[in-house]
Design a protein around this ligand. Structure first.
Ligand code: DX5
Ligand code: ZN
Length: 248
């Protein structure tokens, strides 16, 4: 069953890295890799196969040229089919902050904006929270984690570290993004950290060992003959990686 993130389990006595017992592990299939002519069917398939959430890539063809997917009307129609699923919308559009009210209206659970595309990310985070919407901050590969970014990231429920250039499925995971995860995890011991792009059981383990606890996966789920096994293996990769991180 797909629900909101379970509460963080933090061991008594502190919030420093090393004192954490566990962060919730979550696997979110990206339906972009499924058969887009059967979006509701594909969504139902991965929910039944054990997905924790559904990742929906809303691209406007402008922010990433040539990457044009689906918009709010389609997500609203999907919501009517799946009233309880956790919908995680990855907005790769120009001026994403202008869509917050609409995202709330169509029943999105969490919306993630790109740092690079958003005029005032801090104001967007506050507005989303005012609407009762969870909000994420996505970082494209070229974006570095520095003091300014950290102060903005603090306002968000999740930071999404893109492990491929945003735009298309089927690209290879960029291991050079792992230090960004480590930096973020050191500063934010309990914040959700998500990776997206080229995620397989092996790369999920690398990401979790660097601090990630949520993984989006398109190709490695939908191109598998056995969705349940694919999701289970991704979860296992995240769990293995998290153990490595806890021991570090
Ligand atoms: C890429 C998208 C991803 C994409 C992932 O820009 O944000 O969510 O669907 O696909 P895979 O897992 O195939 O890299
Ligand atoms: Zn995505």
């Amino acid at each position: 069953m797909v629900t909101s993130a379970s509460p963080l389990r933090v061991s008594a006595g502190g919030s420093q890295q090393g004192s954490l017992s566990a962060l919730p592990i979550r696997v979110g299939p990206s339906v972009l890799a499924g058969d887009l002519s059967k979006l509701a069917f594909e969504t139902r398939r991965v929910i039944r196969a054990g997905a924790d959430y559904i990742h929906l890539d809303m691209f406007d063809g402008n922010w990433v040229q040539g990457a044009f997917t689906f918009g709010p009307m389609v997500v609203k129609a999907l919501r009517d089919h799946e009233p309880r699923a956790y919908f995680d919308v990855h907005l790769c559009v120009m001026r994403p902050e202008e869509y917050l009210e609409e995202m709330k209206h169509i029943g999105v659970s969490r919306v993630t904006l790109h740092f690079e595309a958003t005029r005032d990310p801090g104001a967007a985070a506050n507005r989303a929270h005012g609407l009762g919407l969870e909000i994420g901050l996505a970082l494209a590969p070229e974006t570095q984690v520095d003091e300014k970014l950290l102060s903005i990231a603090e306002l968000f429920d999740v930071v999404l570290v893109m492990t491929v250039p945003p735009g298309f499925g089927g690209q290879s995971f960029m291991p050079e993004m792992l230090p960004k995860l480590r930096q973020l995890r050191e500063v934010f011991p309990t914040k959700a950290l998500e990776v997206d792009g080229g995620v397989t059981p092996t790369t999920a383990a690398l990401a979790a060992a660097a601090g990630a606890n949520e993984a989006v996966a398109g190709s490695s789920v939908f191109h598998s003959r056995n969705l349940r096994r694919a999701i289970r293996e991704l979860r296992h990769g995240l769990e293995q990686g998290q153990q490595t991180w806890q021991q570090s």
